[in-house]
Design a binder for this molecule. Structure first.
Ligand code: DGJ
Length: 707
């Protein structure tokens, strides 16, 4: 029970090793603390958090509540920004009206009787260890209220002096940015109308030089697939506040009488020992979600980089034959199968099979794939329309745009207005029709342009669009519960906790170059577990970077995700084909461990080394990836230290023979690399193990098994 042991209005939510202290006596609730467990004895708590008042300041210190108030004297970004047409309501001040709490949930209602607004705050401590917050504002007056922003704000201590956020772009997602936090504002804003490649709605704030396994870390993530803003405000009064919001465009939310606006959930996590502890909670959250699929993730072959738009039945049949031979379990027909889609200039919106390419419908390939014992998957990009399409010619008014202006095109396409129920009904009808006619087990749901000038009935429409997307996905999932959906947006442009609760896979990046993928996938792993990470073995030369890499490096990199192939394997040599078959067989063997174990990133002093691993829940088995991504400065690199093992267990450590791993300028490799070695978990954690010498841009996989 979140009893008021700490003093009037003070509530504490606790789970293993973690506490949240909330003051419900403030205008809207205030998170006073979230961090290491404060224990049972909470007496005196209210007194110790009382702030001193300095000369030269107001006579009160306004609470840094979840929705802080300018009108109460809070100096930073207010929680609620808005106004009515006559200018009133711009600085509301609330009073607590009702609190309802149990041991893991708390909800509060706060009222501003003068401005006739209500705030509802919900706080949940989830089984995963995530703390989730959301707020809604209700207009109780008989005049509309225009919401400019509704932020969820929580403090982090001033010792969280360093921030990690993510930049990126198409084919280079999850680029980590480290910054010092000083007085002022760190702002991560995304206006692309989707989660974005470039400004993930996520921030980690930690003690100086926090690493994967050390330092205190506080993390915040917005569960939302539209516009977003995450801000860290460090004010001269000594407070450091993280605020997280759906970034609302001007006039986007106008609350008519009795209407309300609710923020997306904000997911928070704390770790006393590095980022891995944050990842554990986020991974547990998705794995515990009702949408989570615990069935084996089928090894996939996607035809995109094999044939692009050149859909030829004989070629696809031959590709399917080869796929089945090497152990592929799902065959995916990507872009190019529907009406008028011979290249990327036309066809989006016309979701029926192109008769000129597929005179008998998709049946010839569907039957062929089924006869080979594989599942069949199909690509869609439902939110888009090409001006050169029957749909656009029939319904030019269905686009999410201000038609008074020339449209801004992206990849020759416009966005459909999913806030409009007739548009959703059309898309549902078309996609449902195909999913009902063909045995399709998987849908790759793509989205290939940012939303610019997204106008819904003359108003900014990204909010409605995002809700419309969720509604359409939910409706299709309800009608086809066995179909798996993948989130793709030119690769990893829409990966967040909200969309992953509705999909079971993300196309991580259009870059299949293993060198870049090593880092991109590491970024993905900060919040999302490996079985959600689409990871494909591309051809010898990457289509996006033009770099050439060994099959060992390509396979060893993709091995840790939901494995697939994106390569015209008809061009693979006999040796490559045999090696691929062996990689797939090994992946299937390790899949239960890889897709359910604890995924950890290792620290290493040498920037040329990237290592990570997956450890079984009982800590009796692990698979570790040791990659060298650049030429190290030194001939040898420091020992590799293994986090997450059981100190008291002896492990047999062996190199896995994944396509001839050893290439490098060595005369002699440590003997353990050929014969294996038995070492205690404690030695592996403290002294570590001397890695072999391997070339830059290669990887070695190690298998650890308890003896
Ligand atoms: C972008 C995706 O990321 C690719 O994998 C592919 O599906 C293309 N779109 C198809 O147009």
């Amino acid at each position: 029970m979140a009893a008021e042991q700490g003093g009037p209005g003070i509530r504490v939510l606790r789970s293993s090793g973690f506490s949240v202290v909330i003051d419900t006596s403030t205008p809207s609730p205030t998170v006073l603390y979230w961090g290491a467990d404060v224990g049972d004895d909470l007496s005196g708590l209210a007194a110790i958090v009382e702030p001193p008042i300095s000369q030269g300041s107001l006579d009160v210190v306004a609470p840094a509540s979840i929705t802080p108030e300018h009108g109460s004297g809070y100096p930073g970004k207010p929680g609620l920004e808005g106004h009515r047409a006559n200018g009133s309501g711009w600085a509301p001040r609330f009073q607590p009206a009702d609190v309802d709490a149990d041991s893991s949930r708390l909800s509060c209602i706060s009222v501003d009787a003068i401005e006739q607004l209500e705030l509802h705050t919900e706080i949940r401590l989830e089984h995963s260890g995530l703390l989730r917050l959301r707020v809604s504002v209700h207009n109780t007056a008989d005049v509309a209220y225009n919401v400019a922003a509704l932020r969820v704000c929580v403090p982090v201590p001033a010792r969280a002096m360093e921030a990690l956020s993510f930049a990126g772009r198409w084919t280079n997602e999850f680029v980590p940015i480290r910054e010092s936090l000083r007085t002022g504002t760190l702002s991560v804003e995304n206006r692309s109308g989707r989660t974005s490649h470039d400004r993930m709605p996520t921030i980690f704030a930690g003690t100086p030089a926090f690493t994967e396994s050390s330092g205190e870390v506080w993390a915040a993530h917005l569960e939302w697939s539209g516009n977003s803003a995450v801000t860290v405000e460090s004010s001269p009064n000594g407070r450091r506040i993280v605020s997280v919001e759906e970034l609302l465009l001007p006039g986007e939310i106008v609350l008519e009488v009795g209407a309300s606006y609710e923020t997306p959930w904000v997911a928070l996590a704390y770790s006393p020992d590095g980022i891995n502890g944050i990842s554990d909670k986020f991974h547990a959250e998705l794995r515990g979600d009702s949408s989570h699929r615990s069935t084996a993730r089928p090894v996939t072959l996607n035809i995109w980089e094999a044939v692009y738009f050149d859909h030829n039945l004989d070629t696809l049949r031959a590709l399917a034959d080869r796929s089945a031979e090497i152990g592929v379990e799902r065959f995916v027909v990507d872009d190019g199968w529907f009406h008028g889609r011979r290249d990327d200039h036309a066809g989006l919106g016309d979701w029926w099979v192109d008769q000129s390419v597929w005179p008998e419908g998709l049946w010839p390939i569907v039957h062929h794939v089924a006869a080979l014992g594989m599942e069949f998957g199909l690509w869609f990009e439902p939110e888009m329309v090409n001006p050169d399409s029957d749909l656009f010619r029939a319904h030019p008014e269905w686009v999410l745009a201000d038609t008074r202006y020339p449209p801004v095109l992206g990849r020759h396409q416009l966005v459909l207005d999913l806030g409009e129920s007739s548009v959703r009904a059309y898309l549902f009808d078309k996609i449902d029709g195909l999913l009902s006619s063909y045995p399709i087990s998987y849908v790759k749901w793509d989205m290939n342009r940012v939303i610019v000038h997204g106008s819904h009935h003359g108003r900014a429409g990204v909010h409605q669009q995002t809700l419309g997307l969720y509604a359409l996905l939910d409706e299709l999932r309800a009608a086809h519960p066995d179909v798996e959906f993948e989130t793709c947006a030119s690769g990893g442009g829409r990966i967040d906790l909200a969309i992953l609760r509705k999909t079971s896979r993300a196309w991580t990046s259009d870059c299949n170059d293993p060198l870049d993928r090593q880092r991109i996938q590491r970024g993905f792993s900060y919040l999302f577990p490996p079985e959600y990470m689409g990871a494909h073995i591309g051809g010898p030369v990457s289509h996006t970077t033009k770099r050439r890499h060994s099959l060992a490096f390509r396979a060893g990199t993709a091995f840790f995700g939901h494995l697939g192939i994106e390569w015209n394997v008809l061009n693979a040599s006999a040796d490559e084909t045999a090696a691929l078959a062996s990689v797939i067989a090994q992946h299937k063997y390790f899949r239960p461990l890889l897709h359910a174990g604890r995924a950890l990133r290792f620290d290493h002093s040498n920037p040329a080394v990237l290592a990570h691993g997956v450890i079984s829940e009982d800590q009796r088995e692990a698979l570790v990836s040791y990659a060298v991504i650049a030429t190290p400065e030194s001939l040898m690199v420091e020992s590799l230290l293994f986090p997450g093992l059981d100190d008291a267990v002896r492990y047999r450590v062996e190199v896995i023979n994944l396509v001839d791993p050893f290439h490098g300028a060595f005369r002699h490799q440590p003997q353990w690399t050929s014969q294996g070695v038995s070492v205690s978990g404690r030695v592996l954690r403290t002294m570590g193990i001397q890695p072999p010498i391997i070339d830059a841009e290669s990887v070695v996989l190690l298998h650890l098994r308890a003896e």
